[in-house]
Design a protein around this ligand. Structure first.
Ligand code: AMP
Length: 392
């Protein structure tokens, strides 16, 4: 079992917490502050235990100077301060005298947020390349390191693996919740166990399918990835999205596990992606100019039969192009049907935001905050940001 924040005496200690404040920002406004809220439990615990709290996070990607302004973390310090009901001191630097002076003058219970860790990617990709000196430098600013950024734990960066390699360390409550919610389900799922997959590409989900195929009773396939399966079965899928590289993979899979893999039997189609019109077609009746963009009503009924018999479901990927209202029904219906299932894990990324935005935030066992990280965990891979943390 990994060490966690409660295993340390935080009193008067400089505690560096790697959080995930990678929030969506449009026109200078945070459009979804869920990730900030998810980090509050760990931050408040550190404050209540009289730590000097030093927060590090990335925001977006920094490839050139034009990325700096739009990925400035100062806006997050303002929102965090509102949520904590206390001042959060923002330092517009990732290293140097301002950072060091600010930290040296902290009192127990103070909170400081440094600038976006990926500003260090501008010259030499130091954060994302896990530059050894940078990890050591950041570690030199604190006494204890806590990783509470589940969403980046599948990457070895200076701000997680780099710092953790140089300090006593542990995980925060959010990472603990993610692991505690997902690992037992993977190890000992109550049957019948169903995996529901959707989203754009098969390729991204191959690791997950390979890890789960022998454990699950059924895999329901919707979303864009279904058309690759349907094409491999010989259907004309018109102009729907196809992952050509994965055709051989899905053919082999269907040959070996034909009774486990459940595909759509009808689909909503359109002749463009504008989201203005759509028609319902059985999957053997799609015309060449039509694009499949959501599962149809017969498929929804079929999927519901499997959902209602399941005791455990893991869902990763939306059933259609849910960002457009007209193609969101399949995803909504599947989410709604899963509300009566005993254990449901929603595996991050687009599916998590669909579930939250559609009003299902508190309806399931667990909605993961990490897209790629939850996909890798569920695919049975080790996450470097977690692996580096000491065992109890
Ligand atoms: P992923 O990150 O692989 O889970 O993919 C999520 C994306 O898949 C979302 O942005 C959806 O709009 C997209 N998607 C879902 N269904 C379809 C579809 N039938 N055709 C094209 N894109 C789709």
């Amino acid at each position: 079992m990994k060490k966690c924040i409660t295993d340390y005496d935080l009193n008067n200690k400089k505690v560096i917490i790697r959080v995930d404040f990678n929030v969506p920002i449009t026109d200078g406004h945070i459009t979804d502050d869920n990730r900030i809220k998810e980090s509050l439990k760990t931050i408040k615990y550190a404050i209540d235990n009289k730590a000097k709290v030093i927060l590090l996070s990335h925001l977006g990607r920094i490839k050139d100077v034009s990325d700096l302004e739009k990925n400035d973390l100062s806006i997050v310090a303002i929102r965090l301060s509102e949520l904590l009901f206390k001042p959060v001191k923002f330092v517009n630097a990732t290293r140097g005298i301002d950072v060091e002076n600010t930290i040296n003058s902290m009192e127990p219970g103070d909170v400081v947020l440094l600038q976006n860790t990926r500003y260090e990617d501008l010259e030499g990709n130091k954060e994302s390349g896990n530059d050894i000196e940078l990890g050591k430098y950041w570690a030199s600013l604190g006494d204890i390191f806590i990783n509470d950024a589940f969403g980046t734990s599948h990457r070895a960066h200076a701000s997680n693996v780099g710092i953790a390699s140089n300090l006593p360390n542990g995980i925060g409550f959010l990472v603990q919740k993610e692991l505690d919610s997902m690992l037992p389900v993977m190890e000992n799922p109550e049957k019948p166990f169903t995996l529901i997959l959707g989203g754009a590409k098969v390729k991204d989900k191959i690791g997950l399918i390979d890890n789960m195929i022998d454990k699950v009773d059924y895999i329901l396939i919707g979303g864009g990835m279904a058309y690759t399966f349907l094409k491999a079965k010989g259907y004309n899928v018109g102009s729907s999205i196809i992952d050509d590289e994965s055709i051989d993979y899905v053919s082999n899979l269907m040959n070996k596990y034909s009774n486990k893999i459940i595909l759509p039997i009808d689909t909503l189609v359109s002749i463009d992606l504008e989201g203005k019109t759509c028609d319902t077609k059985d999957i053997n009746n799609i015309s060449s100019n039509e694009i499949g963009l959501d599962i149809g009503p017969k498929t929804i009924d079929l999927f519901k039969e499997y959902i209602h018999q399941s005791n455990t479901i893991i869902m990763n990927g939306p059933m259609g192009m849910f960002e457009k209202d007209i193609y969101s029904n399949g995803t909504k219906e599947v989410l709604s049907a899963m509300m009566s299932v005993k254990t449901v894990i929603i595996g991050g990324g687009d599916t998590a935001s669909a579930a939250i935005n559609m009003g299902y935030k508190n309806s399931f066992t667990h909605i993961s905050t990490g897209g790629g990280a939850s996909l890798e965990l569920l695919a049975g891979k080790k996450l470097p940001g977690i692996e580096v943390i000491h065992e109890k």
